[in-house]
Structure formats: structure tokens, C-alpha cells
Design a protein around this ligand. Structure first.
Ligand SMILES: NC(=O)c1ccc[n+]([C@@H]2O[C@H](COP(=O)([O-])OP(=O)(O)OC[C@H]3O[C@@H](n4cnc5c(N)ncnc54)[C@H](OP(=O)(O)O)[C@@H]3O)[C@@H](O)[C@H]2O)c1
Length: 303
């Protein structure tokens, strides 16, 4: 198929590359032109504006956005909607909020433009391993794009999840689960590192042996083994953990529909905690214990 790709970052570039490898024709646009030029050298048709990208596609056009979610994606969809025609298809592969995707689909529908919301997983490894795609939108529109989905994934790696927003909803929950899994592994390895056996245990070997037949084997664990082999003490890493939104959305969604998500919520809050040097709450705790029980507090000058 012929497809326009907007946004050649870590994900968009690899999506475009995988499509080229599978014989699709890619028209590529990126804000920074050097990335577009790089992909042109690999066989894509270069475009240096959204208008040029649209002009180089045949109706019904297919355009895949792989941009930061929120304002940037919204503005690009708005501009594109003025350039595209009835029957064209916009795909948003960003980690957009599913409610944004529902409203974008409704607005585009009024102009006769189709919209698919796709949650993409697999990270930069997707180029070689195949991405995992969670797809929402009109089923008939989804069916038209199946050749692209087949090329981007390995066997069984894409799923039509349901109507508009369903793809991004499933991706949101996927990322919430990811937070909790990561937290559980991180805590387990911290116990091992502080255990009575700490001088004997090789944490990379433990991750490795757990990968062979154990109940907790996973791709995340495989990555832990790789990381610990390179830098067993993680000396070069600061324990500062960002979040990119989906974990929060999972928790607020759970609150809205009254589902208790203790583990996912805690793993989100642990990320917040990782960014605080010295939380006020812990000073309050220490001061309170001193106040009611005469317990010792460590004064700043004692440190
Ligand atoms: N990384 C992952 O593992 C992963 C996995 C699944 C989904 N996602 C989602 O995929 C999307 C892209 O992620 P990524 O990791 O590829 O990000 P990235 O490497 O940071 O790339 C961001 C892309 O968006 C473009 N961009 C950023 N701000 C822009 C603006 N104001 N106007 C126009 N273009 C702008 C960048 O262009 P320049 O080159 O000019 O900066 C670049 O092409 C995000 O929504 C992310 O949540 C990421």
C-alpha cells in the first residue's frame, strides 16, 4: 500500500522502515528535515510539509501519525483534515487519551474522513520483532488497512479491539499493567541486592535463569538481564523515573468506574516518589513522632 508517515522519531522511523522492508510505498514527513532525508535514502518519498505529503498520496489516502500525544497530535490532525478528502484515512499511533480519539473520530466523521486509533507496543524492538497493535475505529475501515498491520507485526500481533477509542483504551491499560510489572521486578531485585546472600548472588544470572522456564519469565525480565550484565550496580543510572501519562489515565479511569487498582496505583505513586529529593510528608512523619512520643529526629546539622 502507499502510506504517509508523519513523525520520524524512535517509533515512526522504525514503523516506516518496516513498511519499506515489506514492499509498501512510504511518503515521509518529519519536522526536522534531516530524518526525512535519512529515510529517503532508504527508499521513502520525502515530503517537507503536510501539504506536500498529502499531494504525494493517491485518494483514498492513508496517513499514519506517530507524534507526541495531546496538543501536537491534535494540531496535526486538524491541519490534515483541511488537506484530506472524503474517504481518506487518518491513523493515530501515539499514546493518545482514548477520549481525545473518540472526539477526533467524531469531528473527522463529519468531514467524511475515517480515523483509526492504534495503541502501539514493542518499542524500538518492533522493527525486528514486529510491533503489537491494538486497533479501534470502524471495522470496515480497519479491514482496508490489514496489509499494513500484517507487515508491521509478527504472527497474531494485531487486534481489532472495537469502536473509536478502543485501541487507545486497551493500550492505556497495557501501560498501567506495565508500570506494575516493572515495579514488582524492581522491588524483587532490590531485596536480592540487600539480602544476606548479597555477596554471592549474581543478579544478572538470576534474571537469566528465571528466563528459562520460570513462571515470571517475560520480555521485561530479559531486558533486566541485559541491563545488569552491562552495569551490575547501575552506577550510571539515577533512580528518577518519569511517567508518560497512561499510568495516570489507567488509575483515574479505574477511579471513575470504581475498580480497585491497588498495585497499579502504587506503582504510579512510586514513580512520583522517585522524583522527590526530600518529601515534606516524610518530614511531617518524623516531626510528629518527635512531638507525640519524644522520638529522635535527625536535625539537618547532624547529617
Ligand atoms: N518510544 C516508545 O517505546 C513508544 C511505544 C509506543 C508508543 N509510543 C508513542 O509514539 C509516539 C512517538 O513516540 P517516539 O518514542 O517515537 O517519540 P520521539 O522519538 O520523541 O519522536 C517524536 C516525533 O514527534 C515529532 N515532534 C515532536 N514535537 C513536535 C512538534 N511540536 N511538531 C511537529 N513534530 C513534532 C518529532 O520530530 P523531530 O524529529 O523534529 O523532533 C519526532 O518525529 C508518542 O505518542 C509515544 O507515546 C512510543
Amino acid at each position: 500500500m502507499r502510506i504517509g508517515i508523519i513523525g520520524l522519531g524512535r517509533m515512526g522511523m522504525n514503523i516506516a522502515r518496516r513498511l519499506l522492508r515489506h514492499g509498501h510505498e512510504v511518503v515521509a514527513y518529519n519536522r526536522t528535515p534531516s530524518k526525512t532525508e535519512t529515510l529517503q535514502e532508504e527508499g521513502a518519498t520525502a515530503a517537507y510539509s503536510l501539504k506536500e505529503l498529502v499531494s504525494k498520496l493517491e485518494p483514498p489516502r492513508l496517513v499514519w501519525l506517530m507524534l507526541p500525544a495531546g496538543r501536537v497530535t491534535g494540531e496535526h490532525i486538524e491541519t490534515l483534515s483541511g488537506l484530506l478528502s472524503r474517504g481518506d484515512i487518518i491513523i493515530d499511533g501515539a499514546n493518545s487519551h482514548y477520549r481525545d480519539s473518540i472526539s477526533r473520530a467524531e469531528i473527522l466523521h463529519q468531514q467524511g474522513i475515517h480515523f483509526l486509533d492504534i495503541g502501539v507496543s514493542g518499542g524500538i524492538w518492533g522493527l525486528e520483532e514486529g510491533f503489537c497493535l491494538m486497533i479501534g475505529g470502524d471495522y470496515e475501515v480497519y479491514k482496508k488497512v490489514i496489509p499494513v498491520f500484517e507487515s508491521l507485526t509478527s504472527e497474531g500481533g494485531f487486534l481489532y479491539c472495537g469502536s473509536s477509542g478502543a485501541g487507545h483504551y486497551v493500550k492505556m491499560i497495557h501501560n498501567g499493567i506495565e508500570y506494575a510489572l516493572m515495579e514488582a521486578y524492581a522491588e524483587g531485585f532490590e531485596i536480592l541486592r540487600n539480602s544476606p546472600y548479597q555477596k554471592e548472588l549474581n543478579l544478572a544470572d538470576i534474571a537469566g535463569v528465571w528466563m528459562r522456564g520460570s513462571v515470571i519469565r517475560s520480555w521485561l525480565l530479559e531486558l533486566i538481564e541485559r541491563i545488569l550484565r552491562q552495569d551490575p550496580e547501575l552506577r550510571n543510572i539515577k533512580g528518577y523515573v518519569e511517567d508518560s501519562g497512561e499510568g495516570r489515565w489507567t488509575v483515574t479511569e479505574a477511579v471513575d468506574i470504581e475498580v480497585p487498582v491497588s498495585t497499579i496505583a502504587l506503582s504510579l505513586f512510586r514513580r512520583f516518589r522517585s522524583r522527590q529529593e526530600e518529601p515534606f510528608s516524610e518530614k511531617v512523619l518524623a516531626a510528629l513522632r518527635a512531638e507525640f512520643g519524644g522520638h529522635r529526629v535527625i536535625k539537618k546539622e547532624e547529617e
